[in-house]
Design a protein around this ligand. Structure first.
Ligand code: DAH
Length: 338
């Protein structure tokens, strides 16, 4: 190594042992390796050297540069431990309390829909969706609801135009699916429905339903009962009983309203079940042949069952919630309990 380079090397080693702070280390780095530092100045000599000497001199400078750089990096790394890169001091206090993170959760209505999907997907049902802004035809006509039915008045349904409305039931999805697919059909359709009801503890102008539809050859009322019983036991618990009462829906014949034994008082009688021991949770029945006619299914060949349940209602019953409005207020004191 040339004498000049040896002097620089020695000087650097003398200086580097005196470093005590990160700032001093950074300053030394600028002094030796900076753009106008000592090493750069040495490089400038190269073009002035005889051609034959340039390469070996260049090599020597580079190895000196590497040596300086390596030693300084070691120092800087050591002095940087526990410090911010900007050179600011950061005091680490292990006695400070940790940060509390509040992980988000799914809304209880979303959770119930997922629970329902889980049960029915194990029974081979697929999930289908339909539009919330719907033609009057799908909400009423195709479902065998005649034009003089009270639910078709402006007071019972949100109309957008003469023949366009906000769907008041998820039964619309039955028709939309049957129009597109041939049996066998096995679907559930979760979604939002709208009714111009006055809001109180049990009513809302918007709520959620899950519709179910199964169509195939030889489907009987026993299949409907078995399927609903399976759902009720899976969702509410093994010791909850199911009861069917004859009822009427235009799109099913025969129709039934389905009750469960009150989960809050175990059937003994309380204010939730109006002291009857039973609460209604859904409507169901065998698909009316007129509905099959609307979708051009052969009613002689196929039979099917359908059901529709209110998601808020089953959630309220399962968890003992007494006011439907709690679902929509976005109050974390309520929502975080699920
Ligand atoms: N769509 C009915 C309602 O909103 C619920 C219902 C009852 C759906 C019986 C059905 C059914 O599929 O078979 O009140």
């Amino acid at each position: 190594m040339s004498e000049e380079l040896q002097n620089v090397q020695k000087k650097f080693h003398d200086e580097v042992v005196t470093i005590k702070t990160l700032q001093e280390a950074e300053q030394l780095k600028v002094k030796y390796l900076g753009r106008t530092g000592i090493v750069s100045e040495l490089m400038k000599v190269i073009p002035k050297l005889p051609v034959g000497d340039r390469a070996s001199y260049g090599k020597q400078i580079n190895s000196l540069k590497d040596e300086i750089s390596r030693i300084l990096t070691e120092h800087i790394d050591k002095l940087s431990i526990g410090k911010k890169p900007a050179g600011k001091r950061e005091v680490f206090d292990p006695t400070l309390p940790g940060k509390m993170y509040n992980p988000g959760k799914k809304h209880p209505i979303t959770q119930t829909i997922e629970d329902i999907k889980d049960v029915f997907s194990r029974l081979g049902f697929e999930v289908a969706y339909g539009p919330e802004v719907e033609l009057e035809y799908y909400n009423f006509d195709a479902l065998n609801i005649p034009s003089d039915h009270p639910s078709r008045t402006d007071f019972d349904t949100f109309y957008i135009k003469d023949d366009i409305l906000l769907r008041s039931q998820t039964s619309t999805v039955q028709i939309r699916i049957m129009e597109k697919q041939k049996p066998p059909i096995r679907i559930i359709a979760p979604g939002i429905v709208y009714r111009p009801d006055t809001v109180d503890a049990r009513h809302s102008f918007m709520f959620h339903q899950v519709e179910g539809l199964l169509v195939d050859e030889g489907v009987s009322f026993a299949d409907l009962k078995g399927t609903l019983n399976q759902f009720i036991k899976s969702y509410f618990g093994k010791n909850i009983e199911m009861r069917l009462r004859p009822s009427f829906f235009p799109f099913t014949e025969p129709s039934a309203e389905v009750d469960i034994s009150c989960s809050l008082c175990s059937g003994k009688g309380c204010s939730v079940c109006s002291y009857s021991g039973w609460v209604e949770i859904l409507g169901a029945g065998m698909v009316d042949p007129n509905v099959f006619e609307a979708v051009h299914y052969d009613a002689e060949k196929y039979t099917g069952f359908a059901f529709g349940l209110g998601v808020e209602r089953v959630t309220m019953l399962k968890y003992g919630i007494n006011d439907i409005r709690l679902f929509y207020e976005n109050d974390l004191r309520f929502l975080s309990q699920f």
